[in-house]
Design a protein around this ligand. Sequence first.
Ligand code: NAP
Length: 282
Amino acid sequence: MSGYKNFAIVGAGTFGSFVVRQFLKDKASGTVNQVVVLTRQGSKTNVEGDAKVVSVDYSNKESIKSALTGVDVVICTISGEALNLQRGIAEAAKEAGVKLFVPSEFGNVSEGETEGLFGTKANVQNQLKAVGISYALFYTGPFADSIWAPFVDLDVTTGKVSVGGDGNKQISFTSRTDIARYLSYVLTQLPADQLKNRSFAIAGDNKSFKEIFKAYEAKTGKKLEVTYIPVSEFDARIAANPNDFPALLHKFFATAGPFSKTDNHLYPNWNPSSVLDNVPAV
Ligand SMILES: NC(=O)c1ccc[n+]([C@@H]2O[C@H](COP(=O)([O-])OP(=O)(O)OC[C@H]3O[C@@H](n4cnc5c(N)ncnc54)[C@H](OP(=O)(O)O)[C@@H]3O)[C@@H](O)[C@H]2O)c1
């Protein structure tokens, strides 16, 4: 066992709130001692339950350091421009005695990328090496439960969706609940030396969009109108804005395959949900 019992989550947003809930469950069951949530000063984030919520000035190392005193593992779940705050957070974490830093990945493999969102995430990995803090990266594929949304043209409840590519590529998906469960298990149960300076790839389910839509239609009796969009359209959008998340996601659907190898086995009782379990049924 890692012996890690004190966790800080930085930015309890759309994904981080799932991580906070899971670690609070672990606290209630006695696996975890302390759950600290870092939030910006003036933020309206509302964390329910037995977490210690600390307002932090991310431009002030002492402010971050003080929030991280007594913390073993920092899990960053910030996004967008805030990803660039991670170097400062890692420096403060190292000085505060934090043993492991989990940067905000939780998507596709970013190692080696140089452009856009994934380039930023890869750059953070280099910064963590420069800071000299141990780190663990978690690659999860697209969130199985949150991609069915209008802003990515995948709101199945409207009966009309569009997908990059031809819908035949298999993709690794994982739901936010399952990612949070996996994080909590490996970070508390694996020996510390099996956690540091490595990546974990996890896949709740591997499916192509054609398989998902077929199963969805069979389950709901509803017919979906699907438009398949050539990858060149997304290339143009990404050239104009390297952080265009929907375009990056659809390009990924068109071009990537599933993870060639996963670390699912490290949590033998994980039993993640299928993609179909996560698609809204109405
Ligand atoms: N695989 C997928 O399908 C998928 C989908 C979405 C996201 N992701 C990834 O998951 C991670 C988390 O994304 P998310 O969408 O959950 O994040 P988010 O909700 O946009 O942001 C998380 C929290 O970060 C804090 N924050 C926001 N702007 C900030 C700023 N400028 N400075 C400091 N803190 C700031 C906020 O907390 P406070 O207000 O409390 O400070 C916010 O609630 C990212 O790495 C993202 O790329 C993956």
